[in-house]
Design a protein around this ligand. Structure first.
Ligand code: AMP
Ligand code: ZN
Length: 462
């Protein structure tokens, strides 16, 4: 890692939805943050609202690493649930063939948005035995029961902590009702399905279990897979705010009732991407997929810029004017970075980096981090050729939007370096004629030399 003069010792802090406080993020063990992120339901192309959640999680993992901590991220792929089954059966194809198209598309989209890959992408259909054994454990512990139709339900009254994430006291609302759907709201709180008995509409989809043929509920997928790959207690769990209830509440109930241990230390949720004030969602039909925007000529990096340039806990309204602004802003950064050079950064650049670090560590304040980046751009433009390339690169470890193609200097060959050294001597002796002659000789060899206050910079001619 590059060494900078101004040492900034801010600690990474994040807002924990469980405690509703901003807290230090410290690894439970081994200087490694274990992170579980609820991944896509692969029944359709993900829309850019979904990608707001995934870019938020990408920023989170990048800031963890920026702070010198290791990360182990698990993102599940929900490839069996109410929606995927409905989609496959309507299309008349096997569930695995149906979901494969959208899994592949999802990974291609992540690349376009420069989202770092997670360490593990477990698919629900590859973990049915783990889910069955977790359900068995819950039945043994007396917190789950089989209903007449062969489904298994979690008894929310049997888990005293139910509601602690959503901060709702369900005691007064519990009616003993059951909810078989994967998604429901607080008004429908009740016992939720861990295992769903096979029914006609499931068609060929189903697995044998101690309770007969059926399939797992959505919530049990995440408890089983997160604990398999991250342990019974781990550091961080994230998702969009719509996941908080019932999905994450149910994950806590399932895991903690089974293990008797705390499930997750810190929960983080990002606010929604909206369109005209409404959540962007497939069901409302007000969505753009990433592909829609790429087809309109926007780049992944411009879209990423828009998605990350709002605080993750604040709603973000999608507008094409924001993409236009992103294009202009990134062009400004590119033009500046092109002329930045390597070397020990000046103090004003280190100050920008310190501001940047403070911002990202303050509950991922990316808008403030961008302000520090643009401060660096402004000051670099006033100090042509300043050795600030390393600072830009360090900032981009978090942002992932800067294009370094033009700034990357090709290795200067020894004979060119010898001419550059001679030229530096000539300039020091104010021998301008010799300096110009050497510049021409260097150009004839295919290299361009530029002068600035900071000295000579050399790049290969195109
Ligand atoms: P789904 O595929 O519906 O399970 O959603 C995948 C992820 O995207 C989850 O973390 C959701 O909370 C998140 N999500 C869905 N819609 C939006 C939205 N409009 N803005 C931000 N995140 C969203
Ligand atoms: Zn989940």
């Amino acid at each position: 890692m590059r060494h900078f003069g101004i040492i900034c010792v801010t600690m990474m802090k994040v807002f924990n939805s469980l405690t509703r406080r901003v807290e230090d993020l410290e690894p439970i063990s081994d200087n490694e943050i274990r992170l579980y992120t609820c991944g896509p339901t692969v029944y359709n192309f993900a829309h850019i609202g979904n990608f707001r959640a995934y870019t938020f999680e990408d920023i989170l993992r990048r800031v963890v690493q920026f702070n010198g901590m290791k990360i182990r991220q698990v993102m599940n792929l929900t490839d069996v649930d109410d929606k995927t089954i409905r989609g496959a059966n309507a299309a008349g194809v096997k569930l695995t063939d149906y979901t494969k198209t959208y899994k592949d598309a999802f990974f291609a989209d992540l690349k376009k948005l420069n989202i770092q890959p997670a360490e593990v992408y477990p698919a629900a259909t590859d973990h049915i035995p783990e889910m069955i054994s977790l359900v068995e454990k819950l039945v043994e512990k007396g917190v789950a029961y089989k209903s007449d139709d062969g489904s298994v339900y979690f008894n929310v009254r049997a888990f005293p902590g139910y509601g602690k994430l959503a901060h709702i006291d369900f005691d007064h609302q519990q009616t003993g009702a059951r909810c078989a759907a994967d998604e429901y709201d607080k008004e429908n709180v009740g016992d939720f399905a861990l295992w769903k008995a096979w029914e006609e509409s499931d068609g060929p989809v189903g697995w044998d279990s101690p309770w007969g043929r059926g399939r797992p509920g959505w919530h049990i997928e995440c408890s089983a897979m997160s604990m398999k790959y991250l342990g019974e207690t781990f550091d961080l769990h994230t998702g969009g705010i719509d996941n908080l209830f019932p999905h994450h509440e149910n994950e806590i109930a399932q895991a903690e009732a089974a293990t008797g241990k705390p499930f997750v230390k810190t929960w983080m949720h990002c606010a929604h991407l909206r369109v005209n004030g409404e959540k962007m969602s497939k069901s409302l039909g007000n969505f753009f997929t990433l592909r829609d925007l790429l087809d309109k000529g926007w780049t992944g990096r411009e879209i990423r810029y828009v998605l990350i340039n709002a605080h993750y806990r604040q709603g973000l309204n999608f507008a094409f004017s924001a993409l236009e602004d992103a294009r202009k802003a990134l062009a400004r950064v590119d033009a500046c970075v092109e002329h930045a050079t390597d070397g020990t950064p000046p103090e004003w650049a280190e100050k920008c980096l310190a501001d940047f670090t403070e911002a990202v560590n303050d509950d991922l304040n990316i808008p403030r981090a961008f302000a520090a980046l643009f401060d660096l751009v402004r000051q670099t433009n006033a100090n042509n050729g300043a050795p600030v390339l390393g600072v830009f690169k360090r900032m981009d470890e978090v942002l992932g939007v800067i294009f370094f193609g033009k700034a990357e200097k090709a290795e200067v060959p020894a004979e060119i370096q010898a001419l550059l050294d001679k030229r530096a001597e000539a300039r020091a002796a104010k021998n301008w004629a010799e300096s110009d002659r050497l510049r021409d000789e260097i150009a004839a060899a295919g290299w361009q030399v530029k002068d600035s206050k900071a000295g000579q910079t050399c790049s290969k001619l195109a």
